[in-house]
Design a protein around this ligand. Structure first.
Ligand code: NA7
Length: 538
């Protein structure tokens, strides 16, 4: 098939891709979006597992660019569940008439930069080929599930379910013996729901989670109307807030902690009062936990005491206490996680006392014993931030491979937007952008708008290419890395998808920009206003 040439091609039709497509179209460019899924929605299409929910309030985890959209759409809960976000993104796609420019069920497999023609040639798994002057990768930061490295998975006679590609029709767990592997955000959301449905639930935990109970409640129509009327102020506050979410969220809670007194100078009475009054949340809510590993360990110990007040079985309660520093994995919020372990039909297997040996035809065999199961649910995480683009053969200038660059140099970029050697390729939420350290939607809106303005500038000025310089890239990564150095995020025991430690062989580097969206926006705007220093425009 011959290639059609566009001004821009967007990879992905999730939250970022939909807005990018709209923005570029508004600028009068010919643009197409290519999406591997059967519909729009991205992450919120695939992660349909029971209990899937956003941890930021719906009125902030939503597009702010369209007054019409934010006034028309009706959120029914304070923090939206997956079906509602999926429906919202479909509503947006229809409202903005985006579908006519989206090719669904089409996965980009390879793309190569043509320096003579100043464009990218893209191949897809359907055989359709595209050519575009600019490519914007909106392929998601948590869109590639990590293949669990458990031997024998294929030998299991029961049903194997993966949270990141949950069956569309659902799966009846009633009366079944279910095992869940993974206790990150996904596992913690899933486990209480599965416990209510399944006959028997066995949770296989390799690392215990820090998780804070959260009250998710319906949003009555009158309250939503008031919120909609207050949208100008809500959006303005969000824009000024470091994490892009000014209302209460797990993120804002972490920021608020920085202003709290240190645990190291708190008396035992003060510590106990904190958990008397605020439970597990009170255990962690101290100003020094982010910067002082000893303080962090003290908080973890207190956290364990708070768990022991909820979980009746002392062995289970002790096994639920995390051993990694608080803060180095994403803060989790939950609905009744610890209480779930008081149910008669729930068993915790602490893999720290003996790991999984293999999946067998009848269940899971660990060094502590064998567990017969009908269903195994894998909630084992993602190859985050770099995973999606590393799975496309991306060949930049002079044959450079993006996969190889990230493998050799680690997850690098300039401004979390572009990579040296890959002209005319913009990445929404690349490593080095605020992305996962903030409200993703607030962060992506800034990216999309900056990229749109940049492409319009190139067009208006007659520039054919834009490319990040290696020096600017190096300085940017040094800057982003220096921001986390004084914190527990840089501690060697801090292993998470944020620094690639969950993927064997991935070069370790904390991948999010932590100085907040307003500071990031200021820097990006300054760069745009001063002729794009750090980029070469030709
Ligand atoms: P996470 O947070 O990476 O959690 C994955 C979990 O799976 C974590 O508990 C892992 O333990 C566990 N895991 C992974 N492989 C194994 C094997 N082989 N055996 C046992 N346990 C295993 O991913 P989530 O999907 O929960 O959350 C990702 C993000 O999505 C989240 O931060 C939100 O932003 C939304 P480990 O910690 O590696 O010991």
């Amino acid at each position: 098939m011959s290639a059609v040439r566009y001004d821009a091609l967007v990879i992905g039709a999730g939250f970022s891709g939909l807005y990018m497509l709209h923005r570029l179209r508004e600028l009068g460019l010919s643009v197409i979006a290519v999406e591997a899924g059967e519909n729009v929605g991205g992450t919120w299409l695939f992660n349909r597992y029971p209990g899937a929910r956003c941890d930021i309030e719906s009125i902030e985890y939503s597009y702010s660019f369209s007054e019409e959209i934010q006034q028309e759409w009706v959120w029914t809960e304070t923090m939206p569940a997956q079906p509602e976000i999926e429906a919202y993104l479909n509503f947006v796609a229809d409202k903005l008439d985006l579908r006519r420019d989206i090719r669904l069920n089409t996965r980009v497999t390879a793309m190569a930069f043509d320096a003579d023609e100043a464009c990218w040639h893209l191949d897809t798994d359907t055989g359709a080929r595209f050519t575009a002057s600019h490519v914007v990768a909106a392929s998601g930061i948590l869109s590639v599930p990590l293949e669990p490295d458990v031997p024998g998975m294929d030998s299991f006679d029961g049903a194997s379910l993966f949270t990141a590609c949950w069956p569309k029709a659902g799966f009846d767990l009633a009366g079944k013996r279910v095992g869940v592997i993974g206790t990150g955000s996904t596992g913690v959301q899933l486990i209480p729901v599965v416990a209510r449905e399944a006959g028997q639930l066995t949770v296989f935990q390799r690392s215990a989670a820090y998780t804070l109970p959260w009250d998710v409640r319906p949003l009555p129509a009158a309250e939503l109307d008031d919120l909609k009327a207050a949208y100008p102020a809500i959006r303005a506050a969000q824009r000024e807030h470091p994490v892009g979410a000014a209302r209460l969220s797990a993120f804002s809670l972490l920021l608020d902690m920085l202003a709290r007194p240190p645990i190291k100078s708190a008396t035992r009475e003060e510590q106990l009062r904190a958990i008397d009054e605020h439970g597990v949340m009170g255990a962690l809510n101290w100003g020094d936990v982010f910067f002082d590993i000893e303080a962090n360990r003290m908080a973890a110990k207190l956290y364990g005491e708070a768990i022991a007040r909820i979980v009746k079985d002392p062995v289970t309660a002790a096994a639920l206490v995390p051993t990694h520093p608080f803060g180095c994995k994403r803060p989790i919020i939950d609905q009744g996680y610890y209480e779930t372990f008081n149910r008669d039909n729930v068993t915790l297997v602490d893999l720290r006392s003996g790991p999984i040996r293999a999946v067998t035809p009848t269940g899971i065999s660990t060094e502590q014993g064998d567990h017969d199961l009908d269903v195994i649910i894998y909630a084992t995480g993602f190859d985050a931030m770099t995973g999606a683009l590393s799975r496309i053969d991306i060949t930049g200038r002079d044959g450079a491979s993006l996969r190889q660059v990230w493998q050799d140099e680690g997850p690098t970029s300039y401004l979390g937007l572009a990579v040296a050697g890959f002209p005319n390729l913009f990445i929404v939420q690349a490593p080095g952008s605020p992305s996962a350290a903030t409200n993703f939607v607030a962060a992506l809106e800034q990216h999309v708008e900056w990229i749109g303005d940049c492409i319009a500038h190139l067009r208006d000025q007659g520039h054919r290419t834009i490319e990040a310089s290696p020096e600017a890239q190096r300085e940017w990564i040094e800057h982003t890395t220096s921001l986390v150095e004084p914190t527990v995020l840089a501690h060697p025991s801090c292993n998470s998808w944020y620094n690639g430690a969950n993927v064997p062989g991935k070069k370790r580097r904390y991948m999010a920009y932590t100085a907040g969206i307003p500071e990031y926006r200021r820097r990006c705007d300054e760069i745009a206003a001063t002729g794009y220093p750090g980029f070469e425009l030709a």
